[in-house]
Design a protein around this ligand. Structure first.
Ligand code: GAR
Length: 198
């Protein structure tokens, strides 16, 4: 039997995608385990959820480690010492250092709350994305899971799903509709990636 893959989840916020991923892993007994949650915000919901569930919660940010190359080295150390195979960005609002991206080719996934390649790139995160979709008067939006490359939101798409944009939508109502889809397709993309890794 092949060994379970070790996963690291990177978060900055509430952690609902992190929770959905963990629930799918447990529910379907997937061949993987979440060995750490890394965040730039030690008090965010995702870090609380990690601590409550016995998952190592690793706080790393430029506030704790101001030197950029030292921060990258610490991040690589945390990943290496837990033999991490896959990194899942789940609402992580910081750029992943280039050295980390290069070390994990096609092994870093991200979820984006829009239909990439539309509405991606620098500054496009959280409610900003949904505001931009509404301003552009799009008829549909959605969620995308993709591999992370050195350029923001540009890597190969693994799963994408659409949702309608309603005339009455606010950024918040659209975000809630997209988030429901995110939870399902992120777990689907994880399953797909695990199957590919074998
Ligand atoms: C999610 O909607 C995710 O797609 C988005 O942040 C939210 C995190 O929610 N990520 C981005 O905008 C990345 N560009 P969560 O903490 O409840 O999973």
């Amino acid at each position: 039997m092949t060994a379970k893959k070790n996963l690291a989840v990177f978060c900055s916020g509430g952690g609902s995608n992190f929770k959905a991923l963990r629930e799918r892993i447990l529910e379907k007994n997937l061949p993987c385990q979440i060995v750490m949650c890394l965040s730039n915000n030690s008090q965010c919901g995702a870090m609380r959820y990690a601590r409550e569930n016995g998952i190592d919660a690793v706080h790393l940010s430029s506030k704790v480690v101001p030197n950029e190359s030292e921060l990258t080295r610490r991040m690589l150390d945390e990943l290496e010492k837990r033999k991490v195979d896959l990194i899942l960005l789940a609402g992580y609002m910081k750029r992943v250092p280039k050295e980390v991206v290069q070390k994990y080719p096609k092994r870093i996934l991200n979820i984006h709350p829009a239909l990439l390649p539309k509405f991606g790139g620098e500054g496009m995160y959280g409610l900003n994305v949904h505001r931009a979709v509404l301003e552009a008067k799009e008829k549909e939006s959605g969620a995308t899971v993709h591999f992370v490359t050195e350029n923001y939101d540009e890597g190969e798409i693994i799963v994408q799903e659409k949702v309608p944009v309603l005339p009455s939508d606010t950024p918040e109502t659209l975000a809630a509709r997209v988030l429901e889809v995110e939870h399902r397709i992120y777990a689907d993309a994880l399953e797909k990636t695990l199957a590919r890794l074998g």
